[in-house]
Design a protein around this ligand. Structure first.
Ligand code: PMP
Length: 431
């Protein structure tokens, strides 16, 4: 595949942008080679700067549940942009999207918009600390909640791919109040709560993790988070930046039937434009300025173009039979991966949560960050490169999820399985 233009553009970008990228995982550092510069995309197809087309399973890291450039979302964006792109003053679109989010998530009585998932998690944390009057927080290894200082410990995602346990520049003070525990481990969580419970402001978790690769939360583990936080007066924050409107319209909390105190959202709610949000019970949300003492603000928060893309996306999700179809396609992909790997003697664990999945190259059951890390990353790189060479664009790092969108057809899924089969066949002499 010719990627001369991407090479040239990457070289040029590296002169002005650190590493040539605005988010580390885009650099292909984990899988080697030159990142593809994208020119355009439509539906499930993405086209690079050399005119090569790929079937896209990154889908802007899960934001594009309807696929690229959905005509109705594009129309809503154009219409909003034509009326002015930003005012720094309230618009009705914010209320419209807020009402839809409150309707979708019974745990959310009020919601505040921000511009990214990082801001959502960072602000939810500040709010939880103010509400409880406590300092300490609990997070789980391999869960990513954006790049706020206190949340960067064992954060999975891009940091995991680069082998960075925390981050330089985070002070000891900022990290001191963060306790990092193993995901899906009820025993360790209970013990920690028994020891520190009365000093814990909140527990933040991805109920269906996507940043150590796909690793579903164990229902009993999530139930224990709910009951022990309640017992000790700590808040439970579900970070549903990925899982919100993805696992179901009401997010992972609907599937698991658990009511968190606060929820972080991002990705899908912006319909592919920058937007995030955090919300929860009114009595907690009313601690936010201008009603309460917790300061939190944003010049572009609730941006009318992003809100319009979000409203249109949620309308389409609400009206269609999207979720059942998404799940069926992702299940078919999982079966295709598992069967073909099995036939060729390739040892894999294909883990799926609804329409997101990850292929781990390990014989171990993947339930947390440790077991995710048992995956053979050299094998992942081989798989990534082979699939790319045959026109399938996967996440360029092991500790990420592959996303199926409503625009992927059954034929696309078939084609992907055929490409994977070919890859498995090429390995046979080596195995
Ligand atoms: N929380 C989760 C669960 C995420 O997956 C991400 C981003 N992948 C974030 C927070 C941070 O969101 P953003 O990149 O928009 O800052």
């Amino acid at each position: 595949m010719k990627i001369e233009n991407s090479r040239r553009l990457f070289e040029e970008a590296r002169k002005y942008i650190p590493g040539g990228v605005d988010s580390p995982v885009r650099s292909y550092k984990a899988v080697g080679g030159t990142p593809l510069f994208i020119d355009s995309a439509r539906g499930a197809l993405i086209r690079d700067a050399d005119g090569n087309e790929y079937l896209d399973y990154v889908m802007s890291w899960g934001a594009l549940i309807l696929g690229h450039a959905h005509p109705l979302v594009v129309e809503a964006v154009c219409k909003a942009a034509g009326k002015g792109t930003s005012f720094g003053a309230p618009t009705y679109k914010e209320t419209e999207l807020a009402r839809m989010i409150c309707g979708a998530f019974p745990s959310i009585g009020m919601v505040r918009f921000v511009s990214s998932g990082t801001e959502a998690a960072m602000s939810a944390l500040r709010l939880a600390r103010a509400y409880t009057g406590r300092d300490k927080i609990i997070k789980f290894a391999g869960c990513y909640h954006g790049h706020a200082d206190s949340l960067l410990a064992e954060a999975g995602s891009g940091a995991a791919a680069l082998g960075i346990p925390g981050s330089a520049g985070v002070t000891k003070g900022a990290a001191a109040d963060t306790l990092v525990l193993p995901y899906n481990d009820i025993g360790v969580f209970r013990k920690t709560m028994e020891q520190y419970g009365e000093r814990i402001a909140c527990v933040i978790v991805e109920p269906a993790a996507g940043n150590m690769g796909t690793v579903p939360g164990d229902p009993a583990f999530l139930v224990s988070l709910r009951s022990l936080t309640r017992e000790f007066g700590a808040l439970l924050i579900f970070d549903e930046v990925i899982s919100g409107f993805r696992l179901a319209y009401g997010g992972a909390q609907t599937i698991y039937n658990i009511t968190p105190d606060l929820t972080c959202l991002g990705k899908i709610i912006g319909g592919g434009l920058p937007a995030g949000a955090f919300g929860g019970r009114k009595e907690i949300m009313e601690y936010l300025a201008p009603l309460g003492p917790v300061y939190q603000a944003g010049t572009l928060s609730g941006n009318p173009v992003a809100m319009s893309a979000g409203v249109e996306t949620l309308k389409l999700l609400l009206n269609g039979k999207v979720y059942g179809q998404l799940e069926a396609k992702a299940r078919a992909l999982q079966t295709g991966f598992e069967e073909n790997a099995g036939k060729s003697g390739l040892v894999v664990s294909c883990v799926r949560s609804a329409s997101m999945l990850t292929l781990f190259f390990t014989g171990r059951k993947v339930v947390n960050y440790d077991t995710a890390q048992s995956s053979d990353q050299v094998a992942y790189t081989d798989y990534f490169r082979a699939m790319l060479e045959s026109g399938v664009y996967l996440p360029p790092a092991q500790f990420e999820a592959l996303f199926v969108s409503a625009s992927h057809t059954d034929d696309d899924i078939e084609r992907t399985i055929t490409v994977f089969k070919k890859y498995c066949a090429s390995l046979k002499p080596l195995l």
